[in-house]
Design a protein around this ligand. Structure first.
Ligand SMILES: Cc1ncc(COP(=O)(O)O)c(C=O)c1O
Length: 392
């Protein structure tokens, strides 16, 4: 593996990718370090690159075998990964390979609630959660996370208050984007109690579940009990953990066969199987990607700690806790008192972060920083913020 430290700004700026082309197109006159959209600047694992080259070289680029189930070995590789990594047993028949997680969110909104019915979610949120509810005519109900002084937590009393007789679905994100929380078993069990009592469906977006730092453990929501599993659709995939988001692949998993059939019905003709290159990459990731992921997580942990030190030194009192999972830092910049001018001010500093005001209730005054880049770029971005925001 090439050391990630060897990546240069010149190489990254030459990439035709969303992260590095967005700001030059928007503000050609400004020098902005893009620490925004959630992919990593790192090249993927060698076995993934090799699997892609082999598939391209094989000339076998027609429709995949197993049109609705994925190619031989695809679901098997995920079954084995989930069992080894997360202690969660699922059957191949519980898995539906699709071309991304966002389609899974939309399908869940359509399949689990009718137009006008409620979907409750913990904000601040990854914006497509809200779009999937609003675009399908369902009603968004918010249950913001609460800051306890040490970390962001679920507000179960607030959840009870947000749920109405029209609420049908909980959209849950764990590890949570953007807060970086990895919820504990106790927290998940308390949440499950509310869900079961109100007979809600759950879509558990666990796309970041392999990006969890030492000291934390990801627990699949559906693994809590058979009863919970029967009400849960889980969304996972290799795209965040292995940095292959451009390949477009994800998996819908549920042990409730009727629910899976309903989802497939809603998606008929709209949802495509993942393309053959994505399937080859996913299989390689799940069977041979473990060592790369371990190295990458330890590199990311170094960057996470850089951001944490920065907050401790220059943003004392901020509602911030270093990410337990994900490569995202949810920065509380409310203390600067800039209101919406914050976001232009950040650009003036020369850093491009995601604007918290787009993450739903509780997001104003926050910004999401993606630290999946080189340590040098993270240091430079933080220094630009220190100087540009007048932090001392
Ligand atoms: C929690 C979460 N869900 C879904 C997605 C998007 O997944 P996909 O690109 O497979 O649609 C992201 C991307 O950042 C994400 O963070």
């Amino acid at each position: 593996m090439t050391s990630f430290d060897e990546l240069t700004l010149e190489t990254l700026r030459a990439r035709a990718c969303m992260k590095w082309t967005y700001y030059p197109e928007l503000h050609p006159e400004r020098d902005i370090l893009p620490l925004w959209v959630a992919d990593m600047d790192f090249p993927p694992a060698d076995p993934i690159a090799a699997a892609l080259a082999e598939r391209a070289g094989s000339g076998n680029l027609g429709y995949p075998a197993g049109y609705l189930t994925g190619e031989p070995g695809l679901r098997e590789s995920l079954v084995s990964w989930l069992s080894t990594r997360h202690g969660w047993t699922v059957e191949e028949g519980d898995i539906w390979p699709v071309h991304g997680i966002i389609p899974g969110l939309y399908l869940s909104a359509l399949a689990c609630a009718s137009a006008g019915e409620g979907v409750v979610m913990q904000s601040p949120l990854y914006p497509p959660f809200m779009s999937s509810v609003n675009d399908t005519g369902r009603v968004a109900q918010y249950n913001p996370l609460v800051w306890t002084g040490a970390r962001w937590e679920l507000d179960l009393a607030g959840l009870e208050a947000a749920i109405t007789p029209a609420t049908r679905l909980l959209m849950f994100c764990n590890p949570h984007n953007p807060s970086g929380r990895v919820f504990t078993r106790d927290e998940l069990e308390a949440l499950a109690e509310v869900v079961l009592r109100h007979r809600l469906w759950v879509v558990a977006d666990e796309l970041h579940s392999d990006l969890v730092y030492p000291g934390q453990q990801h627990i699949p929501f559906a693994s809590l009990s058979d009863e919970v599993a029967q009400r849960t659709l889980t969304l996972v995939g290799p795209t965040k953990s292995f940095n292959i988001a451009g390949l477009k692949i994800g998996f819908v998993i549920t042990q409730n066969a009727d629910l899976l059939a309903r989802l497939k019905g809603v998606g008929a003709g709209l949802v495509t199987p993942p393309n053959v290159m994505a399937q080859a990459a996913a299989k390689a990731a799940y069977t041979e990607g473990g060592p790369w992921l371990a190295d990458t997580l330890s590199y990311l942990q170094g960057n996470r700690d850089r951001v944490t030190r920065f907050v401790e030194d220059y943003l004392p009192g901020a509602a911030y806790a270093g990410a337990e999972g994900t490569y995202l830092a949810w920065l509380d910049l409310r203390g600067l008192g800039l209101g919406d001018a914050l976001y232009d001010r950040l650009l003036s500093c020369g850093v491009g972060l995601n604007e918290g005001r787009h993450n739903g209730p509780g997001g104003d005054g926050f910004a999401r920083l993606n630290f999946a880049t080189t340590g040098a770029i993270v240091e430079e971005a933080l220094e630009r913020m220190r100087v540009g925001l007048g932090l001392g």
